[in-house]
Design a protein around this ligand. Sequence first.
Ligand code: SF4
Length: 390
Amino acid sequence: MGYEFYKVEPPPGVSFEDWMSWKWQYRNSLSTAEQFQQYMELSEDQVLAFEKARASFNIRVTPYYAALAGGSDPVPGIQRILMPDLKELSLGAQQMLDPLGENKNRPTERIVHRYPDRVLFMVTDFCSVYCRYCTRKHFTGKDQAFPSKDEYTRALDYIANHSEIREVILSGGDPLTLGDARLEKVLSDVQQIPHVDLVRIGSRIPTVAPMRISEELVNIFRRNKPVYFMAHFNHPREITQESAHALELLVDNGVPVFNQMVLLNGVNNHPALVYALSRRLLSLRVKPYYMFQVDPSEGTDHLRTSIEQSESIQKSLWGKASGLAMPNLSLDIPDGGGKAPLYPDFEIHRTQHSRTYTGWDGVTAEYINPAKETLIKPDDVSFYENETPS
Ligand code: SF4
């Protein structure tokens, strides 16, 4: 039972010990065309893109992820995620520096407060890979790293002073590029705020540097529970032996793991790839959670799919994939409008009391509403509505 996951081999001359050290991976991150060429072939245009595209968005990848995308068995689709492209410089159908409207929802430097019960705490702008489709190009990869002492205090004060905040999402950049001691300090400072129920960590580390997930790290999560982990795998090949081990370490230690993927043109925009990714994740006890439409961030037009194509991928999976395997297709309304879920429409007729549907395999039937409904009285919910954890 199970999958035979791909093994990413170190290049000649790199010891296994170095390869499996996340600090070595960070120290030896690739940034220039010459360094990328040690792992994959580049065309003249691609070499030129390194010169031209860097000014608008930083370039960096771990040797591990470069070897996964290139090496002896290259995956051109995954290379599109990490490789700058001259198309980033052309004007797209729509492009915005801040498509999620985060800057107008930033009450203090490192906090984004868009939804009432949760905030984003941007603890670093540094990532181990600069994904070419990144939605946060206005912040990510600008060498700002960890917040200053004052910025950090203002962020914690903001959370402490807003009792409606129940979830804090550590993001960036990638929070797992912080060292263990610093990460534990952030987690414990946030978890000490009485009305915070849980911390979520959004990280691409299990995909691009899975050796970062260690016993020491999961012990930090256990000491500061509950921590939920939002992984970010886009392609079934990204689930390697190393990343499978990292995910199992998290789950075995009581950290719930969800996956948020992005539907990317020329990378994973095919139902078979989405399904294969979902099955692999589920086999490792990771729930495929979201399948996002690429935001119209600057320079990403060539990586975006049309809404129609995304919906058709989702519809073709609807009957085949179980509810567990099905990620929710969702689009962020540009300029900070929040999430809009996209569902296949099976309804073919409606009356005042009923609706008629044709399901994924052609079965048509009517659902008739009950004759009478009982509404919950306001007094029966007031305790829950006014609840503030302490
Ligand atoms: S890891 Fe996340 S924040 Fe960093 S570049 Fe990729 S998508 Fe953007």
